[in-house]
Design a protein around this ligand. Structure first.
Ligand SMILES: [Zn+2]
Length: 384
């Protein structure tokens, strides 16, 4: 089966790369200015030169003052995985701004040892935590379906990761949810929320669920009780609770590498001993053995792998140059996630042929060429 990937994601058929970073115009929803610079680079420039960070911190203090409780009750929900970003948000809110966070974690599909250890260390560093763990059998079925039909095995995790904090906020009567970065604006995407601290609940389906909410899978024989843990709370309850979703990245300069140093010092965070497959980094997104397949599929669909995303962000943060970024992309982007491959197949209950046929069904003609039985990118950044 062949899919019309370009149409599904509204991809431009002429590929070009940002003049400043390594991202291409194939990232869904990204935009470019007349000089060929991407929206994420322009946003990074704006953050560095135009934002009054002292004023923004004042806004944060006002927000905290408005929500802070002194009766022992929780006053903010912080979604965490045990990684450096959620750890930074929770630790700052509690120990610098005097809040009382309830940290919530949606369980990884196939947790890694290092991810588990980091979550444990984080909780030990002084936080209350709730772990949401859905029915494993139903989750495996959803993962298989999401891989086969959506080309992203990670989708069930994303449902839970997005909806569980909202559910916990409503259940515990906590009005404020604080995320770290707004991925859409930091990595390039819909910029409508770039200049405000909040996110609207209505955007959830569009940005995070590829337009397919959990209910979609009911058509594929999944039961209502199987998808229940993945659903958001009823919208009326979210409104009644006066729930507000904010991003700390609006209030404080967001720098993933600095978060890593901060959490190494404050929340017991330890990086991996080896780099993650498909990239050169050792400290981001370490918790799930399915991660690599999510990034690999993005590489297949858009020609944008994990190294492209990582280098683009580091170029914008002035950690590396564009030339260094391009060399890293050439070396690591699109590396096959072989480490957990057989485990992944067993988890999803599919064979190797089905896996490869599915992968190939997501290769768009304007991105991929096949020569001598091998796939290659038509417009790799190093051939510019
Ligand atoms: Zn750029």
């Amino acid at each position: 089966m062949k899919r019309d990937v370009a149409k599904m994601y509204s991809l431009p058929l002429q590929i070009h790369y940002c003049k400043k970073c390594t991202i291409s115009n194939q990232r869904p929803r990204i935009t470019f200015d007349a000089e060929g610079v991407c929206s994420a680079c322009n946003y990074a420039e704006y953050k560095r030169t135009k934002v009054d960070w002292t004023g923004r911190e004042r806004e944060l203090v006002e927000l905290c003052d408005r929500h802070r409780r002194n009766d022992g009750g929780y006053d903010v929900v912080v979604p965490v995985s045990g990684g450096k970003d959620g750890g930074f948000v929770a630790h700052q809110l509690k120990y610098k701004y005097g809040m009382n966070p309830l940290t919530v974690t949606w369980a990884p599909l196939l947790p890694t040892d290092i991810g588990r250890a980091n979550l444990h260390n984080f909780i030990q560093s002084g936080f209350d935590s709730i772990l949401g763990t859905p029915n494993g059998k139903a989750t495996r079925t959803l993962t298989r379906l999401a891989f086969l039909y959506l080309g992203d095995p990670f989708q069930p995790f994303i449902y839970g990761q997005t909806n569980f904090p909202l559910k916990m906020a409503v259940q515990h009567g906590i009005k404020l949810i604080m995320y770290g970065e707004n991925g859409e604006v930091e990595y390039g995407g819909d910029m409508k929320n770039a200049f405000k601290p909040t996110r609207e609940i209505q955007d959830h389906d569009k940005h995070y669920f590829s337009g397919l909410p959990p209910e979609f899978w009911l058509q594929h024989g999944v039961g209502a009780q199987d998808i229940a843990p993945f659903l958001p709370p009823p919208y009326e309850q979210v409104v009644k609770n006066q729930t507000e979703i904010h991003f700390l990245g609006y209030y404080k300069f967001w720098d993933p590498q600095e978060n890593f140093y901060y959490c190494s010092e404050n929340t017991g965070f330890v990086p991996n001993t080896e780099r993650s497959e498909g990239t050169y980094s050792k400290y981001a997104s370490l918790d799930d053995r399915v991660d690599g397949f999510h990034y690999y599929l993005a590489f297949i669909k858009f020609g944008i792998g994990r190294t492209t995303s990582d280098t683009a962000h580091e170029i914008r943060d002035s950690k590396i140059t564009r030339e260094e970024g391009m060399a890293l992309v050439k070396r690591y982007d699109g590396e096959f996630p072989k480490k957990y491959f057989h485990e992944f197949l067993a988890y999803c209950g599919i064979d190797e042929k089905t896996y490869h046929d599915t992968i190939d069904s997501w290769r768009a003609d304007h991105i991929w060429a096949r020569k001598n039985d091998e796939w290659s990118l038509r417009h790799a950044i190093w051939n510019e």
